[in-house]
Design a protein around this ligand. Structure first.
Ligand code: CMC
Length: 429
C-alpha cells in the first residue's frame, strides 16, 4: 500500500497518492484534484511542482549529487568522452564498443550542412547573436529534412538525433566564422567530435591546424557536465513543445531559445560581462558584492546561486579543477581571472551568501575556461547548448515514449477584470 496525503477543503477530505521515486523522492499526485474539488494548485516558477516522472537524471541539490542514468557525473567525466555520454543519456545504457562505434559513425555521416543552408548565414547581420542563429538554423532543419519529422516513427527520430548531434557544432562554428568574416571550415570526419569543433572554430583554409589536446579534454569535460540537468527551464521547454507532437527540430529550437536567457544558460555570458564591468570600474570587487546584497538594488552576482543546488554545484567542482589546471598551464595574463578568483573568495566567505547558500554555479567557472580556450563570449551559451543537446533529446524521447503522455497545458488563476460592457470608441476617455 502506498502512502497518501490528505487535503481538506470545505467539508471534503481528499486522499492523494504519494508517489515515491527510486531515490526516495516523494511527490503528491494531484492529477484528480480539479475533477474532485474544483481546485487547481498555484506554484509560480514550478518551485514545488514535478511536471513528470523521469528515469534520466538524478540530482540531489542538498548533497550536490548529479547522476546520468545512475552514473555519477564525476565518473563519466573521468572516463568517457561527450559522444559516449550522449549515447548513455539518449539510449539509456552505456554503449558497448560496437554500439559506440556505430553511433560515432552515424554522427560522422551527418556533420556537413546542406549547401543551401549556408545561404541563411548571408541573411543574418554580421553582429547577430549566435544563439539566435543556432535556434533559427535548427528550426530550419525541419524544412530540409521533411522525411524525418514524425515523432512516432523510431527510424525517423533516430536519423534526426544523428543529424542534430552531428550538425550543431557545424552550425555553431559557422555562426562564429560569419561574425568575424572568415570562410566557413567544412567538418573533418577523421577528427573527434571536440577536435572537429575546435578546428571549425579556429582553423582557416590557408593554414594547418591542430587542436591542443588539453583544450580538447577541457571541452569534452564542459560538454559532459552540461549534458543533462533534469527538468530545467530549457528541458521543460523542449518537453512542453514536444508534448504537442511538434517535431524534434522544432522542440530543440525552442529549447535553445529558453537556454539563451541570462538566468539560465545565458548566465555564463552575463558572468563574463559582469567581470568585465567590474574591471572597467577599477576592479573593486567588494563594491559589487555589496551591490548584490543591497535589497534596493536589483543587481545580482551572475554565476552565483542555483534553484536546486543549495550546498555546492558538483558540475562547478569538476570544472573548477580543470579550470585551475588549464590556467596554470596557459599562464595567461588575463585580469578577469583574477577578479573571478577574488569574487569567489569574497562571496564564499560573506555571511549574506553563506546564509542563502549561494555558491558559484557551473556558469561561473565555465565562462572562465571558455575564455581560456579562446572562445568568444557570445559563443559561451552556444557551447552550453551543444552540451545540453543529448539531455534535451533524451527527455523529448522519454516523453514521446510515455504511455501517460499528455499535452502540457497548465491552468491559471485569472485576476483580470470581470465582464465589462463594450465601450464604443467615441465614448472612450
Ligand atoms: N546574487 C545575489 N543574491 C542572490 C543571487 C545572486 N546571484 N541569487 C539569489 N540571491 C538571493 C535572492 O535575492 C534571495 O534573497 P532573499 O531571500 O533575501 O530575498 C535569495 O538569494 C534566494 O534567491 P531566489 O531568486 O529566490 O532563488 P531562485 O532559486 O529563484 O533563483 C537563480 C535561482 C539561479 C535564478 C538565482 O540564484 C540567480 O539569479 N543567479 C544568477 C544567475 C545565474 O547564475 N544563473 C545560472 C544558474 S546555473 C546554470 C543553469 O542551470 O541554468
Amino acid at each position: 500500500m502506498s502512502e497518501t496525503a490528505k487535503l481538506s477543503y470545505k467539508n471534503e477530505t481528499l486522499e492523494l497518492d504519494v508517489i515515491e521515486g527510486s531515490e526516495g523522492e516523494l511527490g503528491v499526485d494531484i492529477s484528480a484534484l480539479r475533477a474532485k474539488t474544483g481546485l487547481i494548485t498555484l506554484d509560480e516558477g514550478y518551485v514545488n511542482t514535478g511536471s513528470t516522472t523521469s528515469a534520466i537524471t538524478f540530482l540531489d541539490g542538498e548533497c550536490g549529487i548529479l547522476r546520468y542514468r545512475g552514473y555519477p557525473v564525476e565518473e563519466l567525466a573521468a572516463n568517457c568522452d561527450f559522444v559516449e555520454v550522449s549515447y548513455l543519456l539518449i539510449y539509456d545504457k552505456l554503449p558497448n564498443q560496437a554500439e559506440l562505434d556505430d553511433f560515432r559513425k552515424a554522427i560522422r555521416k551527418h556533420t556537413m550542412l546542406h549547401e543551401d543552408m549556408k545561404s541563411f548565414y548571408n541573411g543574418f547581420p554580421r553582429d547577430a547573436h549566435p544563439m539566435a542563429i543556432l535556434s533559427s538554423v535548427v528550426g530550419a532543419m525541419s524544412t530540409f529534412y521533411q522525411d524525418a519529422l514524425d515523432p512516432s516513427d523510431p527510424d525517423q527520430v533516430n536519423v534526426s538525433i544523428h543529424r542534430l548531434i552531428a550538425k550543431l557544432p557545424t552550425i555553431a562554428a559557422y555562426s562564429h566564422k560569419k561574425s568575424i568574416g572568415q570562410p566557413f571550415m567544412y567538418p573533418s570526419n577523421d577528427l573527434s567530435y571536440c577536435e572537429n569543433f575546435l578546428r571549425m572554430m579556429f582553423a582557416v583554409p590557408a593554414e594547418g591546424y591542430t587542436a591542443d589536446p588539453d583544450f580538447v579534454k577541457a571541452l569534452n569535460l564542459l560538454l559532459i557536465v552540461h549534458a543533462d540537468h533534469e527538468q530545467n527551464c530549457s528541458t521543460s521547454t523542449v518537453r512542453m513543445v514536444g508534448s504537442s507532437n511538434a517535431n524534434l527540430f522544432a522542440s530543440i529550437a525552442a529549447g535553445i531559445c529558453a537556454l539563451w536567457g541570462p538566468l539560465h544558460g545565458g548566465a555564463n555570458e552575463a558572468c563574463v560581462a559582469m567581470l568585465e564591468k567590474i574591471r572597467e570600474d577599477g576592479s573593486d570587487v567588494e563594491k559589487y558584492v555589496n551591490m548584490a546584497k543591497d535589497k534596493d538594488n536589483n543587481f545580482r552576482l551572475m554565476g552565483f546561486g542555483h534553484r536546486v543546488y543549495k550546498n555546492f554545484d558538483p558540475r562547478a567542482t569538476i570544472i573548477k579543477t580543470a579550470c585551475d589546471k588549464l590556467l596554470a598551464k596557459l599562464d595567461l595574463d588575463y585580469p578577469l581571472f583574477e577578479i573571478a578568483q577574488k569574487l569567489e573568495y569574497v562571496a564564499l566567505n560573506d555571511e549574506y551568501f553563506i546564509k542563502r547558500k549561494l555558491y558559484p554555479n557551473v556558469d561561473f567557472y565555465s565562462g572562465v575556461i571558455y575564455r581560456a580556450l579562446g572562445i568568444p563570449v557570445q559563443m559561451f551559451t552556444v557551447l552550453f547548448a551543444m552540451g545540453r543537446l543529448p539531455g534535451w533529446i533524451a527527455h523529448w524521447k522519454e516523453m514521446q515514449a510515455s504511455t501517460t503522455k499528455k499535452i502540457c497545458r497548465p491552468r491559471q488563476v485569472y485576476t483580470g477584470p470581470t465582464k465589462l460592457n463594450f465601450v464604443p470608441i467615441k465614448d472612450r476617455k
